[in-house]
Design a protein around this ligand. Structure first.
Ligand code: COA
Length: 164
C-alpha cells in the first residue's frame, strides 16, 4: 500500500523550514502532496500560481512530492484526494495551541483523517513566511531563510515595488 500524506499551507513563500519538513515527511511517506492554500483572507504577497511555481522550482529534486492547490476546508480536499494523513510542522511550543485546535477541529469534522506533527531543525524553529517577507521588504538578505529561487523572486518583487 502506498503511504500518502498532505502538507498544506499558504507557502507565501516556501522557506527552508518548509523544505525541512518536506524532506522529513518524504522519509516516512512514499508520496507527499504539497497543498498550497488559496488563502485569500491572508492577502498573500505572491499569487497562488506564483507560490505554486516557486514551490515547483524549489522541489525539482523531490519526485515524490506533488504540488497542488486547494481552497475551502482542508479535510474536504483530503477526502476528495483519498488521502488520510495531514502533516503539520511544529516549530515551537508557541505553535502548539493553534495546531492543537486545528488538529482537533479537523478530527471532529473528519475522524478518519489523522494529523501527524514533524519537528523542523532547531535552526528553523523561529522562521516564518511573514518574517521572511518583512526582511525582504526592508532590503535584507533572505538567503539564509529561503531557497535561492525564492530569494530571487523576493528581490524582484520588492525591487519592483520600490520603483513604483
Ligand atoms: N518553517 C517555516 N515556517 C513555517 C513552518 C516551518 N516548518 N511551519 C509553518 N510555518 C509558518 C508559515 O509559513 C506561516 O507563516 P506566516 O503566517 O508568517 O505567513 C505560519 O508559520 C503559519 O503557518 P500555518 O499554520 O501552516 O498557516 P498557513 O496559512 O501556512 O496554513 C492552512 C494553514 C492553510 C493549512 C489552514 O489554515 C487550513 O487548513 N485552511 C483551510 C481551511 C480549513 O480547513 N480550516 C479549518 C482548519 S481547523
Amino acid at each position: 500500500m502506498i503511504k500518502e500524506a498532505i502538507y498544506a499551507g499558504t507557502f507565501d513563500p516556501l522557506t527552508l523550514g518548509h523544505l525541512d519538513v518536506i524532506s522529513r515527511a518524504t522519509v516516512v511517506f512514499d508520496r507527499l502532496v504539497l497543498a498550497v492554500a488559496k488563502s485569500d483572507a491572508k492577502s498573500p504577497l505572491f499569487k497562488l500560481d506564483e507560490r505554486v511555481s516557486l514551490a515547483k522550482e524549489a522541489l525539482v529534486g523531490y519526485p515524490e512530492v506533488e504540488i497542488d492547490t486547494f481552497s475551502g476546508l482542508l479535510v474536504n480536499y483530503a477526502r476528495a484526494r483519498g488521502i488520510r494523513v495531514l502533516i503539520r510542522g511544529l516549530r515551537a511550543i508557541s505553535d502548539f495551541e493553534v495546531e492543537f485546535q486545528m488538529a482537533l477541529t479537523n478530527r471532529k469534522m473528519a475522524p478518519d483523517i489523522e494529523t501527524i506533527f514533524l519537528m523542523p531543525k532547531e535552526e528553523f524553529s523561529y522562521l516564518s513566511s511573514s518574517m521572511v517577507r518583512e526582511v525582504a521588504d526592508h532590503g535584507g538578505d533572505t538567503s539564509p531563510f529561503v531557497p535561492p529561487n525564492v530569494e530571487a523572486a523576493l528581490r524582484r518583487r520588492f525591487q519592483r515595488e520600490s520603483l513604483r
